[in-house]
Design a protein around this ligand. Structure first.
Ligand code: PLP
Length: 341
């Protein structure tokens, strides 16, 4: 991994402003990237913005407008590393390690902590919670990035979950196919995913520039193991908050058989607010996307309620009710009426 300014500059020439930002910001919010992703940043302004520190992160307004843990993941934690918010699904945090530190990260609070990986005992604790809560049918494994876990640990988690009949779905949330795709192509990892049978993979592509031949190959390997691949995008100001960029992203994801699942509104996280686009603008973009794309290529636009209220998907207004009748707006802007029978 590339962590220092001099390592970075060997691969990516920086402007004086970028250099200053690196020097002033990285002691508060560290820098880390794979070599692959830095090479991508050479060709992509969007990638550059997602990976390089900027002075805005430590700007007073950006700092004071956000919270460390707005979603109360830690308060709602039932056993260490496990958040049980919705009745039927739990979130398991397995590590805080990510090969690339994305500047808009919702778990930026964890960057300052020493790297942690869930211990065998904590895995056992989480598993026994899941065992004794048969209403849990869906386990989200997240981090940090679970695809960076030691394979024997990931194996223990996945194969134990496989044994539990009430756990029907296991989701792995990962950005490795985007930021270090070669890492996905390990035979033992792919074989594990295949054997565990219940695994769905959620990738995290934010921009069409990230859909490279290497990323495509990583996705294809996952699909071959029988894991459905869905994608979560964050709506990011100056990176993907335009109809054209998102249209291209979602079309190109569908082309590699990745289903766009969520488009997240940026969470009000400390040091991240400068990436936030308004909800009104998000809905405007979405409305236009619905005119251009099949819903198969459109994710749910969702806010994650600050305070731990959970996610709420948003749809742009395409109808209104008048005198007991529904008026609908069609894809090409024509209105039609239907009785509410
Ligand atoms: C996002 C999330 C889930 C999964 O929600 P889906 O809408 O099913 O993707 C589960 N638990 C927590 C705490 C979450 O934040």
């Amino acid at each position: 991994m590339i962590k220092t300014l001099s390592e970075l500059e060997e691969l990516l020439p920086l402007s004086p402003e970028e250099k200053e930002a690196f020097e002033r910001v990285s002691s508060v919010y560290p820098f880390s990237s794979s070599e692959y992703y830095i090479r991508l940043a050479r060709k992509s302004e969007a990638v550059r913005k997602m990976v390089l520190p900027s002075l805005e992160e430590i700007d007073e307004d950006v700092q004071s407008a956000g919270e460390d843990d707005p979603l109360n993941e830690e308060r709602d934690s039932k056993v260490p590393n496990l958040t049980h918010r919705y009745p039927d699904r739990v979130l398991l945090i397995t590590t805080n390690y990510c090969p690339v530190l994305c500047r808009y990260c919702m778990r930026k609070r964890n960057w300052k902590r020493p790297t942690f990986t869930i211990s065998e005992d904590e895995v056992e604790g989480a598993l026994s919670y899941i065992r004794s809560n048969p209403q849990v049918r869906d386990v989200l494994i997240s981090g940090g990035d679970p695809l960076t876990l030691p394979l024997d640990l990931l194996e223990k988690v996945l194969l134990e979950l496989k044994k539990l009949p009430h756990v029907e779905v296991v989701r792995i949330g990962t950005r490795v196919p985007v930021v270090d795709p070669e890492r996905v192509l390990r035979r033992d990892l792919l074989f594990l995913i295949e054997r565990s049978e219940k695994v769905w993979v959620n990738t995290h592509f934010n921009h069409p520039d990230e859909i490279t031949p290497e990323a495509k190959e990583a996705v294809r390997a996952l699909l071959k193991c029988g894991a459905p691949v869905n994608n979560q995008t964050v709506l990011l100001k100056g990176i993907n908050d335009s109809v054209e960029t998102l249209e291209k992203l979602f079309r190109n994801l569908q082309k590699i058989k990745v289903r766009p699942y969520y488009l997240f509104h940026c969470d009000p996280v400390k040091g991240v607010i400068h990436f936030s686009t308004s909800i009104t603008r998000g809905l405007e973009i979405l409305k236009e996307l619905f005119k251009r794309l099949s819903p198969l290529a459109i994710p749910y636009y969702a806010v994650d309620g600050p305070g731990g209220y959970g996610k709420v998907p948003l749809l742009p207004h395409r109808f209104r009710v008048e005198n007991g009748k529904y008026l609908f707006e069609s894809f090409n802007g024509k209105w039609f009426v239907m009785e509410d029978r």
